[in-house]
Ligand binder design. Structure first.
Ligand code: BES
Ligand code: ZN
Length: 620
């Protein structure tokens, strides 16, 4: 009898575990040291934005109305702001007057805006304007655009910059829907991370709705002389008129990528997937703003060879935008998963050889970062400790490439079929919610690695809470790259540069070649490569960047014009940072770094300026 009872009890407990007892088993702790919000007291659910765009004053001004759940029946609402001018705050549908205060300024975080409310208040209305130096906004003069005739504005809210253009609860663990009315000049088109127009309006007014709940770092706006070109049923591209055809050609495989992604990990839940090509000062390669990826023009290589970036930003529609890191310490849940997923999409669309090359390049990036950071350093843990720091510090190859190799390792241990089913269930189960590292691990243990042996063998804790790369890593090999290495050896052993076989090389072969070259090439060796392969004239930004690192390190003066041109014609931080760093490390190149930077600085985005100022000790 007793036995029967305990047997039934066990079955009952297992049943409860199976249905997760509601969702309580996976309790996400939303504590976020990078936000002043108190979401446990009152949590914002929806924003209504109404903004006027003033290009000459470099200001957005208007109103935001925030709808929130006052679950704690509190009498204060705490929001994040930075460099905002708060003009007036009212409560409720009828704009009842109330008072507010701005707290002390904290580095990176800005100031808390504390609004006095009543326990039944559901809405606050804030009249405000941004400051010309708002870190999320880049205001471009016509000269800084492709067309040269109209100004351009774009936002970049990740990681904690949304608060520099909208007072909000700026934490990735909090999700909101939004509507927006944007008033700009009639010759410009406005687009957002929302349902978008495909034509200019006659009066410069645009209305947007975003019905899927998103974290604040995905709030986005771009305004310029834009044109739309359809890529297929669900996708299209926005760009300035002189760039639109090139962009439409480059991204013509987008529908295939969406289909591949859905086949792998379930439905695309954002209706449309469009891409906007921004002017060259955009500080990132891409930004996964929902429904509308923001992209740098430096991926328009003319041969589609840099479209892994599209696969990456598209993959964020699952990892990141659907299941979101709850905290910036969990950043690898966004970027590691996305890098892994990006490679799987590339494998589906372009084959396994291509994906193998990407994986080897990813491992190189990881090793480089480990060497630079120190293999035992805390910052090489997947789970980060960014308290008191700028969350931007977490944007390293650790989150991306160590995260990617961790998931490859799990895939190998589980077998692809089981692993894919697991990942698909993860996206389904946690869609439109936030995720912590801890909850991910507990779900992994419940749904995939159920035995103690499996868990120990996977070395989960070593990967997540330890430094470096554990020795069970599922490494990658590329036959194509082995060929590149043997050609490189021939050349290093004295064969003429134009005698080595490079005819079938793609951008990735070249990248591997350039990244694997030894340090310290002679002037003659640099000349031989340049003459044979016209590297200083490359039209491919990734190849140019890899080549210029050698130009700087070896002080190859015939490449200086290309170096200066590259650094003054785009502002992508991933390219700027290593080049300026290398110049500062190379005796005799410091002056040149400062000279080029003094010319380029005004055209770089505030995000890149912050980084490069530090490298050059600018203004100190
Ligand atoms: N979400 C990131 C960009 C980002 C991260 C901006 C953290 C601000 C803070 C985006 O998805 C990304 O990873 N972009 C990469 C391209 C990608 C192919 C590795 C970039 O911009 O280089
Ligand atoms: Zn990413």
């Amino acid at each position: 009898m007793n036995k029967l009872f305990s047997g039934l009890l066990t079955i009952f407990i297992l049943y409860l575990a199976g249905c997760d007892m509601g969702k309580n088993v996976y309790k996400v702790d939303y504590n976020d040291s990078h936000s002043f919000a108190h979401p446990k007291d009152a949590v914002v659910k929806h924003l209504d934005l109404d903004l006027n765009v003033d290009f000459s004053a470099k200001k957005l001004s208007g109103k935001v109305s925030l709808l929130f759940d006052n679950t704690g029946h509190v009498s204060e609402l705490h929001l994040d702001t930075r460099d905002l001018n708060i003009q007036e705050v009212t409560m409720g549908e009828d704009n009842e007057p109330t008072t507010f205060r701005l707290g002390d300024e904290v580095a990176y975080l800005g100031q808390p805006l504390v609004i006095n409310i009543t326990p039944t208040t559901k809405r606050v209305n804030i009249r405000y304007e941004t400051s010309p130096g708002a870190a999320a906004l880049q205001w471009l003069t016509p000269e800084q655009t492709a067309g040269g005739k109209q100004p351009f504005l774009f936002t970049q809210s990740q990681a904690i910059l949304a608060r520099t253009w909208i007072p909000c609860q700026d934490s990735p663990g909090i999700r909101i829907t939004y509507s927006a009315r944007i008033q700009t000049e009639p010759q410009l088109m406005a687009v957002m991370s929302a349902e978008n127009p495909t034509e200019k309006s006659s009066d410069g007014v645009y209305n947007f709705t975003m019905k899927q709940p998103i974290p604040s770092y995905l709030l986005a706006l771009a305004i310029g002389d834009l044109q739309f070109s359809s890529l297929g049923e669900r996708s299209g591209v926005y760009a300035e008129p002189s760039v639109i055809d090139k962009a439409a050609f480059e991204f013509s495989d987008t529908e295939k990528m969406i289909a591949a992604a859905e086949k792998l990990y379930g439905p695309y839940r954002w209706d449309r997937y469009d891409i906007i090509v921004l002017p060259p000062s955009f500080p990132f390669g891409g930004m996964e703003n929902p429904r509308l990826t923001f992209a740098t023009p430096t991926i328009l290589a003319g041969d589609k060879s840099l479209v892994a970036l599209v696969a990456h930003e598209l993959a964020h529609s699952w990892s990141g935008n659907l299941v979101t890191n709850a905290n910036w310490n969990d950043f690898w849940l966004n970027e590691g998963f996305t890098t892994y997923f990006e490679h799987r999409i590339m494998e589906e669309v372009y084959g396994v050889q291509y994906a193998d090359m990407l994986a080897v390049l990813s491992f190189h990036d990881l090793q480089k970062t480990l060497t630079q950071t120190g293999p035992e350093h805390e910052d090489t843990h997947l789970f980060l400790n960014l308290g008191g720091r700028d969350p931007d510090d977490g944007m390293t190859a650790i989150a991306y490439d160590k995260g990617h190799f961790f998931l490859r390792t799990l895939e190998k241990a589980a077998g692809r079929e089981k692993w894919d089913a697991f990942l698909r269930s993860y996206f389904d189960k946690f869609a439109f919610t936030s995720m912590t590292t801890e909850v991910f691990l507990s779900y992994l243990k419940k749904a995939l690695f159920t035995t103690q042996t499996q868990q120990t063998e996977a070395r989960l804790d070593a990967w997540v809470y330890g430094p470096g790369v554990p020795d069970n890593a599922a490494l990658s090999e590329s036959e194509e790259f082995s060929k590149v290495e043997s050609e490189m050896q021939k050349w290093l052993a004295g064969a003429a540069a134009n005698s080595i076989t490079t005819t079938d090389w793609t951008t990735h072969h070249w990248l591997h070649f350039l990244r694997s070259l030894p340090q310290g090439l002679s002037k003659n060796q640099m000349l031989a490569l340049d003459n044979a392969f016209k590297l200083s004239k490359s039209g491919n930004s990734e190849i140019m960047h890899a080549w210029l690192l050698h130009v700087v390190a070896n002080k190859y003066d015939r490449g200086y014009a290309a170096l200066e041109h590259f650094l003054t014609s785009m502002g992508r931080r991933k390219f700027l940072k290593p080049l300026y760093t290398q110049m500062m490390k190379t005796p005799g190149m410091v002056q040149m770094a400062k000279l080029i930077y003094s010319k380029a600085r005004a055209s770089y985005h505030p995000i890149s300026v912050t980084t490069i100022d530090e490298i050059l000790s600018w203004g100190i």
